[in-house]
Design a protein around this ligand. Structure first.
Ligand code: UGA
Length: 436
């Protein structure tokens, strides 16, 4: 099958590479020439386990191509997958500008019947509009249909999540479109759930927002645990035996970040409002998360007279482990507050430093300063206070004794519950975590 993929972000690139791995003939399109060039050379523009290997393998095999020339890619494709971004607008709605641009390019280019598949997360009803938009601008006399095929991969495990997805959701309005998508996914050997287009669009939001709600719920309960003397890790342990609740996404912490949950909770809230409905559960989820992200800073503020001139170790910058992505990472809100309060930050992250430097360049910033170091030990050296924001193994493996020995004052605020409070206390570390 000849497949074109528009956009080489997490969604588009991983999908394209995995289709090529299944021996489809794939061309990935991106407007960024530099990015296209490095992908041609077998270098992945994002860090994802196994992705670079698959790019190289399929480049060599001849099943994977990269181009900035969309016409070449779309002209005679059997299917065109749209995987461009739908960033958040100031009012919380999804920006469909990139989708519109690609749709118009498709309409003006395709010379044979084609299925356009929207993989990007889009508000319910967008696929209908995309189909109409393409039909309005069609140049050649061809049949075009739009299908929804939302993506469920998580960053850090993107390749694995795609090749071993729990299910493939396809939303179509015709038997032909359904059959074509089933054929494309047949080599993956995964369960396929076929529904109508609007339901497929809604499934994506319903899943993400449900998971976000689960996290906010656990954070809410964790905060209550602190007040009543319970331990959230014990509580989660007890909850997860109930299969109706399940064992995953029960980790209380510093709040959810990333490019998906923050955006998709706000987008669904907005969609509901547009239709005259108030989605109270999701609104509460967003509210809890906003407060949770800076909870540790607020706690530390109560304990300290000032952060001015203090050496603050920040361990972990990315929104979760296994990625170099900092979008909506809780570390950002906290670093901003610490810098405003005059802290001298020494930050360590195994993958996130380059992207962090774009937000917080090294040197004097606000009333404080920013320094990036190569190890957790260096960050902790003579530090007055330490914040843990990401659950990287390199950070998790620090022993209570190391905190005690390295730091000037062993005072640790852990947003990921990585260490045992009893052991920290025994080692002489003043330790604060979430819900314990
Ligand atoms: C999420 C979903 O998990 C994917 O299924 C979905 O496809 C993706 O969004 C998307 O829409 O593209 P992702 O944002 O990569 O994936 O990362 P997650 O692993 O879901 O984590 C999101 C945030 O929740 C992170 O900040 C993480 O630290 C936090 N989290 C996760 C918790 O605080 N507690 C948990 O128990 C789990």
């Amino acid at each position: 099958m000849k497949i074109a993929v528009a956009g080489t972000g997490y969604v588009g690139l991983v999908a394209g590479v995995c289709f090529a791995e299944m021996n489809h003939d794939v061309t990935c399109v991106d407007v960024d020439e530099k990015k296209v060039e490095i992908m041609r050379q077998g270098i992945s523009p994002i860090y994802e386990e196994g992705l670079e290997e698959l790019i190289q393998k399929n480049n060599a095999k001849g099943t994977l191509h990269f181009t900035t020339d969309y016409q070449e890619a779309y002209r005679d494709a059997d299917a065109i997958f749209i995987g461009v971004g739908t960033p958040e607008m100031p009012d919380g709605s999804a920006n469909l500008g990139y989708i519109a641009t690609v749709s118009r390019q498709i309409a003006e280019t395709i010379e044979k019947d084609c299925l356009v598949v929207v993989k990007s997360t889009v508000p319910v009803g967008t696929n209908d509009k995309v189909e109409q938009f393409i039909k309005d601008f069609l140049v050649h006399d061809v049949k075009v249909e739009v299908a929804s095929n939302p993506e469920f991969l998580a960053q850090g495990t993107a390749v694995h999540d795609t090749l071993h997805a729990a299910r493939i959701i396809i939303g179509t309005e015709s038997k032909e479109a359904e059959a074509l998508l089933k054929e494309i996914y047949e080599p993956f050997g995964l369960p396929i759930v076929s529904v109508k287009r609007r339901s497929a669009e809604m499934i994506k939001y319903a899943c993400n927002d449900f998971l976000a709600l689960k996290i906010s719920y656990m954070n809410d309960i964790a905060n209550l645990c602190e007040l009543v003397g319970a331990d959230i890790t014990d509580v989660a342990k007890g909850m997860c035996y109930d299969e109706r609740i399940g064992s995953r996404f029960l980790n209380a912490g510093i709040g959810f970040g990333g490019s998906c949950f923050p955006k998709d909770t706000k987008a669904l809230k907005f969609l509901a409002k547009e239709h005259g409905y108030q989605l109270k559960t999701v609104e509460a989820c967003v509210e809890v998360n906003t407060a949770q992200k800076i909870r540790l800073f607020e706690k530390a503020k109560e304990r300290m007279i000032s952060f001015n001139g203090l050496k603050v170790a920040v361990l972990g910058l990315t929104f979760k482990a296994g990625t170099d992505d900092l979008r909506e990472a809780p570390s950002i809100d906290n670093i901003r507050l610490l810098l405003q309060a005059g802290a001298d930050i020494y930050a360590y992250d195994p993958k996130g430093v380059e992207r962090a430097k774009q937000l917080f360049p090294e040197g004097k910033l606000e009333k404080g300063s920013m320094t990036y170091v190569d190890s957790a030990e260096e960050a902790l050296d003579k530090a007055n206070i330490c914040f843990v924001f990401t659950e990287w193994p390199q950070i998790k493996q620090i022993t209570p004794a190391q905190f005690k020995e390295k730091m000037h004052t062993p005072l640790v605020y852990d947003g990921r519950n990585l260490y045992d409070p009893k052991q920290m206390k025994a080692a002489g570390v003043e330790y604060y975590s979430i819900g314990r």
